[in-house]
Ligand binder design. Sequence first.
Ligand code: F6P
Length: 380
Amino acid sequence: MLRQLPRYNACGAVVRGRGVVKRIGILTGGGDAPGLNAVIRAVVLTARNRYNWEVVGIREGYDGLLHGAPTVGLPEEQVRDLLPRGGTILGAVNRGNPFSRIVQRADGTASVIDVSQEAIRRMDDLGLDALVAAGGDGTMSIAQHLVDLGARIVGVPKTIDNDLNGTDVTFGFDSALLTATEALDKLQTTAESHHRVMVLEVMGRDAGWIALHTGVAGGADAILIPEIPFDIDVVVRKLEAVRRAGRRYSLIVVAEGAAPRGGDQHYYIQARGSAAGRLGGIGYIVGNLLSERTQAEVRVTVLGHVQRGGQPTPRDRWLATRFGHAVVQLIAEEKWGYMAGLRGTEIVPVRMSDAIGKPKRVAPDGAQVPMARDLGIVFG
Ligand code: F6P
């Protein structure tokens, strides 16, 4: 239902826009990332101050939309203090794809059904003029398919892995990088004391951005990433060269998605039914191989979800705020199916269809890997 609202905002400024209520929804899909709350805050403040629109939060991503979870009113007071807060006040889940909902039958079997029309109806029932979907590839793909069916959705790109196309960087990456680099710095001091080889496993399912940047920032000797299948003997030779040169410790960063040449990625939880497997543990495999093949004492640290938690860095807060501000303008321009992206220093509209389907990966021959090699880092 559309209601007429005053055309002045709280600061007394003239409100732009069409002068009718815009009630917009926002959801956070997929895994969380530091900076999501800063996006929510920027969307609410921009929608309110610039356009006088109301914003409601949808809990638990698309799953909440489908299950009719109660929405969250997002007045300004609710979001004012959100900048330093990690996670997402709206909750996030990896399930809830309206195009493939798993339904358990009474006989114990399961089937997959398309409930996308239900999702669109629910947006109408909530009186939403538009929806902001903040998320990674999965969230954007669902948004794009709903847009194809006529839904009014715009996107904000998010992932700590930094592997979404259409944007130079996603928020969450810088915060994860800080956590991982601090960990590597701490491992360095104890590695030096004990003359050990330290293996640090970081996140990065399809792309090695966190591993690459952490390894370079923390002075690693080897970086193993999904884009470059590794040969452990190359790492062994590097460790021997380090020892010969007189340094008695080494640092190795491994992305969770890295795999040996001719081998497979390692899952610590296997896929079961509709539940995807969970990557992790390649750090232990690498540690074990190095221990077998060298005289070195090896220790392994798997950083895991620590990288997703905690406060966003100032850089992530800044990027998340710019994205949140820009996505409200995409709504004002009715650019359905677009997301905000960072190109150089500019925030630009990017078609979601150009961002999804293929992860943005580290190019083995791009500028960064050769630079790291020139610094003496091996990639296995
Ligand atoms: O996509 C980000 C990511 O952090 C991946 O690097 C990791 O494999 C995955 O999320 C973990 O997801 P979950 O929270 O479902 O375990």
